[in-house]
Structure formats: structure tokens, C-alpha cells
Design a protein around this ligand. Structure first.
Ligand code: NAD
Ligand code: UDP
Length: 311
């Protein structure tokens, strides 16, 4: 019988994680902590009557106390549009929030998993990106509140491991998409699908030659739970789908699936937008036997079906 805290549990990934944890073990209690900055109560409304689910409205930049066996720290806006809207709050969520979560872990002995990101690699000069690559991040650019915040959060995890014997896990998550993304989230997958379903042209930033590797949410959550329950904590672990696509290819796929009469409108590329990104998942494969199974087209079809119902 375990108690599992999920910070950011009202968000896109966090709500799927709460579902999976509640289904996996009928003795476990799941506590969702969220300030609903980008999350949404409708993501977890189906869990509210579950006696093994608890919701705490709290901003993790303020200290908290929770007795838990495991902590998944997912609280942080993930979409560039959202984190750039509130950069100081974003870096504080990463640094103060991580410190508060690690203090709870140090005090209670809970194992804690940090949801880090491929953004720690910045605009990578090594491709694909292995965990040993230190990255290429602009420390004062518009993405720095997120990238440097997540880098500092990783540093805190390893300092708490060395100094306080904290039982930490760090997942570096690459672009993940799927049901429960908010229609106004601002990320490429949700923007493109919502635009297409509304009969609008697709806004591609730059010339669309920048690449990303998109992982479907069910695969990612499976990797997170496996990492939490593994004994590996020596380094962060990349979790993502190694199939790489240009953003223009993503736009064309969504146009083909929703309405082939639509076209692409090219807009200015935002500052410090990474030119390429693809995970090397050799480590996750060897220590977790984890590999994504959902192909891009299948995941995009599921996500289109979801948005068709909610918009
Ligand atoms: P999301 O924005 O849907 O979820 C983040 C959740 O954290 C939201 O519910 C939000 O309200 C909550 N939150 C934000 N600041 C908070 C604070 N100060 N206190 C309490 N709650 C707060 O984003 P997501 O895609 O579900 O991402 C979840 C986590 O995974 C984030 O930490 C993100 O950095 C990380 N991640 C996600 C991706 C991805 O592609 N989805 C990639 C890399 C890393
Ligand atoms: N992007 C785009 N149009 C949009 C939203 C995003 O062309 O409407 C681009 C964005 O510039 C980036 C890529 O798609 O190159 C992925 O953006 P997203 O915000 O999904 O994730 P991130 O940049 O954090 O990888």
C-alpha cells in the first residue's frame, strides 16, 4: 500500500499518470497537487469520486508537507507559449518548487522522480542526443526560464542525492503529445490539429525544416513509471520516440488526415527555437527495456479524435 504524490497532476501528462497509477495498484492512494496554471480540472474530474484519489490545490513554490512513498514532480508549464508568458514564475517553479519537493523527499524518505526535458540539450550540436551530452543552451534567451530552470532542477536532484542520500530519478522527456492537451496549449501538435479542425491554415514557424521526435502519451507514461520503479539513478534517462520529423512533415500529415484542402502559412521563427531534436534511447532500452510502440500517424489520429470531441 503506497501513497504517491503527483505534482502537476492536473496537467496533460500528470492526469494520465494519475489514471495509470490508480489502475496499476488497487491499494495505492494518489495525491494530485496542482495550482492549475496550465492544468485543467476536467482532466481529473473523472477521478474526484475515487476514494483513493486526493486533490490539493497548491503552488509548489510554497513549501508543503505530504507523507508519500513516491513523488513524481511534473509541476511546470511545458508549452513555450505558456512558460514565456510567465518566465519568472517558470524558473521559480523549477528551482523553488524542486527544492520544496526534494525537502519533502529528504524528510520522508520518499523516492522522487523529476520530469526533466530534452530542452536541457538546448539547440543541440550532437545528434541524436545521448544523456552524456551537456547541451547548448542560451542562458539569457526567452527559453532560458524553462531550459535553465530544468537544468538547475537536475543539479538540485543530484546534490540532494550526494548530500542528503535522496532517492532520485530524472527523466528527460522529449516532445510528447496526445489526448488532454489543452486546445490553447500553443504547442505544435495541438495548434495544428485545432487549426485544421477549425478549417484554418496551419501556422508553421520558420521554414518548417526544424525537427522534433514525437512520443505518444501512453508510451511516455509507461516509461516514467518504469523509471520510477527501477533501481537506476546514476544519470538522467532520455524518454522519447526516436522517429524524427520536420515540423513541415507534421503539418502535412495533419492536413492529410483532417482536410487536404488546407494549406500552410509560414510565420516568424521564435527566438532560440532548436533546429533539431531526437533522443538516443539506448539507455532506457537497456535499463528499463522501454521503447515507444505508438507510430506518429496512429497517435495523431487518436489525438485528432479527441480534439474533434472537445472543440
Ligand atoms: P502541462 O502544462 O499540461 O502540465 C503542467 C502542470 O503543472 C499543470 O497542471 C500546471 O497547472 C501545473 N503547475 C505549473 N506550475 C505549478 C506550480 N507552481 N505549482 C503547482 N502546479 C503547477 O504540461 P505537461 O506537458 O503535462 O508537462 C508536465 C511536465 O513534464 C512538466 O514538468 C514539463 O516540463 C515536463 N515535460 C513535458 C514534455 C511534453 O512534451 N509534454 C516534454 C518535456 C518535459
Ligand atoms: N511550431 C510551429 N507552429 C506552431 C507551434 C509550434 O511551427 O503553431 C514549431 C515551433 O517553432 C517548434 C516546433 O514547432 O519549432 C515544436 O514546438 P512546440 O512548442 O510543440 O515544442 P518545443 O519547441 O518546445 O519543442
Amino acid at each position: 500500500m503506497s501513497t504517491i504524490l503527483v505534482t502537476g497532476g492536473g496537467g496533460f501528462l500528470g492526469s494520465h499518470l494519475c489514471d495509470v497509477l490508480l489502475e496499476a495498484n488497487c491499494d495505492d492512494t494518489v495525491i494530485c497537487m496542482d495550482n492549475f496554471f496550465t492544468g485543467c480540472k476536467s482532466n481529473i474530474s473523472h477521478l474526484i469520486d475515487n476514494p483513493r484519489f486526493e486533490l490539493i490545490r497548491h503552488d509548489i513554490t510554497d513549501p508543503f508537507n505530504v507523507e508519500a512513498n513516491q513523488i513524481y514532480n511534473l509541476a511546470c508549464p511545458a508549452s513555450p507559449a505558456h512558460y514565456q508568458r510567465s518566465p519568472i514564475n517558470t524558473i521559480q517553479t523549477n528551482v523553488l518548487g524542486m527544492t520544496n519537493a526534494l525537502n519533502v523527499a529528504a524528510k520522508t524518505g520518499a523516492r522522487i522522480l523529476q520530469a526533466s526535458t530534452s530542452e536541457v540539450y538546448g539547440d543541440p550540436e550532437v545528434h541524436p542526443q545521448p544523456e552524456g551530452y551537456f547541451g547548448n543552451v542560451n542562458p539569457i534567451g526567452v527559453r532560458a526560464c524553462y531550459d535553465e530552470g530544468k537544468r538547475c532542477a537536475e543539479t538540485l536532484c543530484y546534490d540532494y542525492k550526494r548530500d542528503m542520500d535522496c532517492d532520485i530519478r530524472v527523466a528527460r522527456i522529449f516532445n510528447t503529445y496526445g489526448t488532454r492537451m489543452q486546445p490553447d496549449d500553443g504547442r505544435a501538435v495541438s495548434n495544428f490539429i485545432v487549426q485544421a479542425l477549425c478549417g484554418n491554415n496551419i501556422t508553421v514557424y520558420g521554414d518548417g525544416s526544424q525537427t522534433r521526435s514525437f512520443c505518444y502519451v501512453s508510451d511516455l507514461i509507461d516509461g516514467l513509471v518504469k523509471l520510477m520503479n527501477s533501481e537506476y539513478s546514476d544519470t538522467p534517462v532520455n524518454l522519447g520516440n526516436p522517429e524524427e520529423f520536420t515540423i513541415l512533415q507534421l503539418a502535412e500529415l495533419i492536413i492529410e488526415l483532417v482536410d487536404p484542402s488546407l494549406s500552410v502559412t509560414f510565420e516568424a521563427l521564435p527566438g532560440d527555437d532548436p533546429t533539431q531534436r531526437r533522443p538516443d534511447i539506448t539507455l532506457a532500452d537497456s535499463i528499463l527495456s522501454w521503447k515507444p510502440t505508438v507510430r506518429l500517424t496512429d497517435g495523431i489520429v487518436k489525438t485528432i479524435d479527441y480534439f474533434r470531441k472537445i472543440i
